[in-house]
Write a protein that binds this ligand. Structure first.
Ligand code: HGY
Ligand code: MN
Ligand code: MN
Length: 412
């Protein structure tokens, strides 16, 4: 069994302290990217990073990096640990934050034990992983990996009409380093599973080997506003009804396919949004995911066909804007094996699995060997204040991260 362990009390204390930042008037956790709440969370994280003796660097898309370059290790490419600290609306306190804070724990534990890695260690907090305000999600890591033009990302307009670059400058996190200035030798992300598998099957550790493909679209349906009382049903061009048909189509189509696909209409807005007016416009998002690229394409094609038929049948006009499209990712097998080995040495059962959620690791996999470590989520709940993982499970995951990072950085 490995003797070194992270300070579980410190990790838990920080998770709860960071989890108190960004609460709205109803007490919900809403630390949306590039808002004042995000700034407050970033400021606390920066204090912890500098307190841990890390050198701070912020790039032009606002990614925050804490860098430990031990004597003699300066010439080697770093091992990077990380995730994100921005949240969705009414979030839990573990999604993303757990991986960033556990990364700081790894550095503090190694330094405290007087262990010196042969490579620099970097802890990263990527900007706008959630994509709740600015699309695409995983934006900061995508720019870092060269998958999205910096100018385009900074010019992205949020759901509130704000411009990301202006907001980053306003909160003081429009950094000066060029995105991609760090070329990691490896990237490892510790994250809660956000799904039910580990808990249901009784595994404390997930060795994540793949991550499913993601397709985000925004659909706008234009009908005709009319009087709710005087317009016969046969004469309506009802954008609300047409949108509802898409929602049920997706559920029925995916369920009937018995595949691993998932489909979600998470945001739906009707205009003029008045009780006695037939909706003239419906604007909604469609989130499609599947671990298999071919099946994901088939699902996108089936939706496109349905929208065409719908336009003809309902007499409405349909337009589609593609927001995000990421193909499935296969992580580095050698690091996945390290995760299993490290778990085993600590007497922890692990199982290989796919990630249903998107993560910064899927972007980092474009430029370096990457993998993820999961810990269980109670009832599989996430993106919800009921998100929870037991303290001993959190500590176990962080210790596996410690062991994997140590091996990758040339310790032990
Ligand atoms: O959408 C996702 O899967 C991630 O939480 N951004
Ligand atoms: Mn996350
Ligand atoms: Mn999330």
């Amino acid at each position: 069994m490995s003797e070194l362990s992270i300070d579980a009390g410190r990790l838990l204390g920080r998770l709860h302290e960071l989890g108190r930042i960004g609460r709205d008037a109803q007490g919900r956790l809403v630390r949306i990217a590039a808002t004042d709440a995000d700034k407050a969370g970033r400021d606390l994280l920066v204090a912890w990073m500098t307190g841990a003796g890390l050198d701070l660097a912020v790039d032009r898309i606002g990614n925050v990096f804490g860098i430990w370059t031990p004597q003699g290790a300066g010439g080697a490419d770093p091992v990077m640990l990380g995730s994100h600290i921005d949240t969705v609306v009414n979030a839990g306190i573990y999604d993303g934050c757990y991986g960033v804070l556990a990364g700081i724990e790894v550095v503090e534990t190694l330094r405290g034990a007087g262990l010196v890695p042969a490579r620099p260690l970097v802890v990263a907090a990527f900007t706008n992983e959630e994509g709740a305000r600015y699309a695409p999600d995983m934006m900061g890591s995508l720019v870092h990996a060269g998958g999205l033009d910096l100018g385009e990302a900074l010019a992205s307009v949020g759901t509130d009409g704000s411009v990301l670059g202006e907001e980053l400058a306003r909160i003081g996190y429009a950094g000066d380093r060029e995105p991609g200035f760090l070329k990691p030798s490896a990237y490892v992300e510790l994250h809660i599973e956000q799904g039910p598998v580990l808990e249901r099957e009784g595994f404390p550790i997930g060795a994540v080997e793949t991550l499913q493909g993601i397709s985000w679209q925004r659909v706008t349906i234009e009908g005709t506003a009319n009087h709710a009382g005087t317009t016969p049903m046969s004469m309506r061009r009802d954008a609300g009804h047409a949108a509802a048909r898409v929602v049920t189509f997706l559920r029925d189509h995916v369920t009937a396919s018995h595949a691993q696909s998932v489909a979600t209409v998470g945001s739906l807005r009707l205009e003029p949004d008045v009780i006695n007016v037939i909706p003239s416009r419906a604007t909604f998002t469609v989130d499609l995911r599947d671990p298999d690229e071919g099946r994901l394409r088939d699902l996108e094609a089936a939706l496109a066909r349905h929208l065409e038929e719908l336009a003809a049948q309902e007499g409405v006009r349909v337009s589609v804007e593609r927001l995000v499209r990421f193909e499935p990712v296969v992580f580095d097998g050698a690091i996945v094996a390290l995760v299993e080995e490290a778990a085993g040495r600590r007497g922890l059962r692990s199982r290989r699995m796919t990630s249903g959620a998107g993560h910064d690791a899927q972007m980092m996999a474009r430029i370096c060997s990457s993998a993820m470590i999961f810990v269980p989520s109670r009832d599989g709940i996430s993106h919800n204040p009921r998100e929870h993982t037991e303290p001993d499970e959190l500590a176990a995951g962080a210790n596996v991260l410690l062991d994997v990072a140590s091996r990758l950085a040339g310790i032990g």
